[in-house]
Design a protein around this ligand. Structure first.
Ligand code: RFL
Ligand code: PHB
Length: 394
């Protein structure tokens, strides 16, 4: 088999790249090791930056999003039992916070690719990369996990296989530098069947730990609480989760948390990670394969979409003019913006979580920071412009 761009991974990065390439008349094949049902059913991100929404609409995959997403003008920061609204719309000149689940983005992109006759190979096994420093890099895989070994000869390979996939490791250790921070923090996330308790997202700082109130639909809500990342979900009965949520979100203003049946729960650990460079020979990494942010800034999916926009432009220039300049600059172009998102995600994480090792002095500084951000227009504008998404850099 032969293609122009072989894409490993059908997450937001891989699917959006394939979609953009198709619009530019460039052929691609996506190799994914999970089934379509699995990728369309995995619960992950919820918040889209304005740029992600604009791109989806401009490229013909924003129709359902326009109908079903929730467009919020702000978020609430809650601490000391009081809510403080950050009006993102006003502070950023009209940008919104869009709540639309990642698996809905995936469903829309898979449908668009299949409708356009795109080639997606699900449930592939033993995916491996070869000859990356030649003009004909190759992907090998087994169909339906155990079939005969097949090979795709490509002009380029896009490594869109998430944090645990094989692509990053295909860049020799001598070439690749990695930067990492692990936090002693985890999020216990739940989905509940209930109406929303608040009109916008609530990020709550409380001495018992962080809590986040998000939404999915008028009937389904998404909530998170800070827990020990090594904790076992079996230790968290529904009653215990509700007790923590009530304690951390309660206000003196008579606000009420609406409970409902918990239909899904799980714990995730948090890390910050950057791989530099994001390119080796004819392999280009994009999204979580190259970088991870803690979810507090709601940036991961959006960074993945930003990377592939830069990459798609580079491929476009290559196929139109054979010029490789943009592709050569891919890594440096993306990393400038990625480091700013790393900064913001790490800042939001330390602003809102409770660090058990903090001295009373450090805790005082943290509360002063929350007070400053919610009372200074300059500080809340800085938070707002990062949250809705910094402009693309080309
Ligand atoms: P993905 O989504 O991990 O997709 C990678 C795909 O590659 C496949 N794969 C392989 N395929 C073939 N061969 C192999 N050997 C393979 N190994 C893996 C995988 O099956 C998968 O389908 O990476 P991508 O495309 O880079 O997208 C990144 C985003 O998924 C991620 O950054 C976000 O989910 C992060 N995130 C959030 N991002 C936001 O922008 N806004 C949010 O509000 C937000 N909230 C979150 C989040 C992530 C969370 N979790 C669960 C980590 C909330 C949470 C709780
Ligand atoms: C979510 O709805 O899953 C969500 C919202 C905001 C975040 C992270 C996750 O910062």
């Amino acid at each position: 088999m032969r293609t122009q761009v072989g894409i490993i991974g059908a997450g937001p990065a891989g699917l959006m790249l394939s979609h953009l390439l198709h619009l530019q008349g460039i052929e691609s094949v996506i190799i994914e090791n999970r089934t379509r049902e699995e990728i369309e059913g995995t619960i992950r991100a919820g918040v889209l930056e304005q740029g992600t929404v604009d791109l989806m609409k401009a490229t013909g995959v924003g129709e359902r999003l326009s109908r079903e997403a929730h467009f919020h003008h702000g978020i609430e920061l809650r601490f000391n039992r009081k809510g403080h609204r950050i009006n993102m719309h006003e502070l950023t000149g009209g940008k919104n916070v869009t709540v639309y689940a990642q698996h809905e983005v995936i469903k829309d992109l898979v449908a668009a690719r299949l409708q356009a006759g795109g080639e997606l190979i699900f449930n592939a096994g033993d995916v491996s990369l070869h000859d990356l420093d030649t003009a004909t890099p190759k992907i090998r895989f087994r169909k339906d996990k155990a079939g005969e070994l097949q090979e795709i000869v490509c002009d380029f390979i896009a490594g869109c296989d998430g944090f645990h996939g094989p692509c990053r490791a295909a860049i020799p250790g001598t070439v690749r530098k990695t930067y990492e921070k692990k936090y002693p923090l985890g999020w216990l996330g739940i989905l509940i069947e209930a109406p929303p308790s608040a009109p916008e997202l609530v990020y709550a700082h409380h001495e018992r730990g962080f809590a986040l109130l998000s939404t999915r639909s008028p009937e389904i809500q998404r909530l998170y609480i800070q827990v020990d990342p090594t904790d076992d979900i079996a230790n968290w009965s529904d009653d215990r989760i509700w007790t923590e949520l009530h304690a951390r979100l309660e206000t003196d203003e008579g606000w009420k948390l609406i409970e409902g049946p918990i239909i899904q729960k799980g714990i995730i650990a948090m890390r910050s990670f950057v791989c530099d460079p994001m390119q080796y020979g004819r392999l280009f990494l994009a999204g979580d394969a190259a970088h991870i942010v803690p979810p507090t800034g709601a940036k991961g999916l959006n960074l993945a979409v930003a990377d592939v926009q830069v990459l798609a432009r580079g491929f476009d220039a290559f196929y139109k003019t054979r010029k490789t300049e943009l592709l050569e600059r891919y890594s440096a172009t993306c990393l400038r913006r990625i480091w700013k998102a790393e900064r913001f995600s790490s800042f939001m994480t330390s602003l809102l979580h409770v660090n058990m090792d903090h001295s009373p002095f450090e805790r005082g500084i943290q509360l002063a920071e929350l007070d400053y951000i919610t009372s200074s227009r300059a500080a809340s504008t800085s938070l707002a412009e990062n949250y809705v998404g910094l402009p693309m850099e080309w």
